[in-house]
Design a protein around this ligand. Structure first.
Ligand code: ASP
Ligand code: MG
Length: 411
């Protein structure tokens, strides 16, 4: 007998009809003799609507109350799903994150899971019931406060629960067929990827591929839980995210991200401690930076640029301006109209020339590169937002990702 964790996203539980379809699948999995734990997101756009609602009441709502509000979304869908499963003659019980023993730290809105006790979950499973858990939420056991993990957090709940219960697999049901070589809305011949490694998926997710939250992939990797990303609308196989994939394409895919902006601190004096002076106050303000570039100094001063989420860019600008003044820098410029395109593939480690090909492809398209950053398996370029789609299309074509990619068998 195996234990399966299934997570259903907002679209999959977006209406009573869809909840019925989800319940059919849950009942079927249970009928096949598996123990089933389900994690649900809030219905449809509920989370967005609740955020809008809060902001009409308070421009900067207290974080604790935001968590109280947002967790209501998942509570609605978990109860409705449990009812729909019960209607099919299968015993089901819903639990909040707190009832399921999902213990987190105290950071409202971006809490980290520290432990999952799962006592009531295990008891209910032992009684032969399907357990349905509200995603994205937990409880800080010290302050006894309800917390949320952040946007897309239900994915992380599902994989963490799968790890804690020793599940055989974690299925993430969504409204797309799996992970694609690029966003099919931009690149019509994008292909579904059959298998991708945790490391590559982590890079894809961090680079903007919205299909899976990166913290969920981190859990998968840490506890070696294979993740199956698949559609809730049909039975076809989706994308398996796992440790060792049999066949390794040189390049897995192209991801893009429109959610960041670029800040440049101009002409800061070039001496030890300056980068620390720029970045420490940003860190203290909890601003998540992505790319950082410092140019070669000329005449004793240099430019430092970084990207940060658009949602925190006003804060970042204010802080950077204060630092620039204190350091005697020339000033701060902010560019909101930028986008990031990333090419990801484990094969680039052993295939020279990938970076050169990225740059020549963008140059042939007349696309100017504003910033570059790399990891061993990713190359990212910041470009003008108006050229982002062109950049994605050009790279997808140049690396022939639409056709069955060149395959290299790795041991
Ligand atoms: N409903 C939450 C959100 O939209 C959590 C999730 O769907 O994963 O962020
Ligand atoms: Mg999601």
């Amino acid at each position: 007998m195996s234990l399966i964790v299934q997570k259903y996203g907002g679209t999959s539980v977006g209406s009573p009809d869809r909840i019925d379809r989800v319940a059919d699948r849950i009942a079927e999995t249970s009928g096949d003799g598996h123990d089933v734990v389900v994690v649900v997101s809030a219905m449809g756009k509920t989370t967005d609507d609740l955020i809008d609602l809060a902001e009409t009441i308070h421009p900067d709502p207290p974080k604790r109350e935001m968590d109280m509000l947002l967790t209501a979304g998942e509570r609605i869908s978990m109860a409705l799903c449990a009812m729909a499963v019960e209607k099919r003659g299968v015993g089901a019980v819903s639990f909040t994150g707190s009832q399921a023993g999902i213990l987190t730290d105290a950071s409202h809105g971006s809490a980290r899971i520290v432990e999952i006790t799962g006592t009531r979950v295990k008891e209910a499973l032992a009684e032969g019931r399907v357990v349905i858990i509200g995603g994205m939420q937990g409880v800080d056991p010290l302050k006894k406060e309800v917390t949320t993990l952040g946007r897309g957090g239900s994915d992380a709940t599902a994989v963490a629960v799968a790890a804690a219960l020793g599940a055989d697999a974690c299925e993430i049901y969504t409204d797309v067929d799996g992970v694609y070589t690029a966003d099919p809305r931009i690149v019509p011949d994008a292909r579904k990827i059959d298998e991708i490694s945790f490391a590559e998926m982590l890079e894809m997710a961090a680079a903007g591929a919205g299909v899976l939250m990166s913290r969920a992939v981190e859990f998968g990797r840490r506890f070696n839980i294979p993740i199956h990303v698949r559609s809730s609308f049909h039975d076809r196989t989706g994308t398996w995210v796992k440790e060792n994939t049999m066949e390794q394409a040189v390049i897995s895919g192209v991801a893009h991200d429109r959610s960041e902006a670029k800040v440049t601190v101009r002409s800061v004096p070039d001496h030890p401690g300056v980068a620390a002076a720029v970045f420490e106050p940003l860190a203290e303000a909890g601003i998540n930076l992505d790319m950082i570039v410092q140019n070669i100094a000329r005449d004793g001063s240099t430019d430092i640029s970084f990207t940060a989420p658009i949602s925190s860019i006003d804060k970042a600008e204010t802080i950077a301006k204060a630092t620039a003044e204190a350091l005697g820098a020339e000033g701060v410029s902010v560019e909101r109209g930028v986008g990031k395109v990333s090419l990801v593939g484990a094969g680039m480690k052993s295939h020279p020339g990938v970076a050169a090909k990225v740059f020549s492809t963008l140059s042939d398209e007349g696309i100017n590169i504003e910033m570059i950053s790399t990891s061993t398996i990713r190359i990212s370029c910041v470009v003008d937002a108006t050229r982002l789609d062109d950049a994605v299309k050009a790279l997808h074509a140049a690396f022939e990702l639409g056709e069955a990619a060149e395959e290299v068998v790795t041991a």
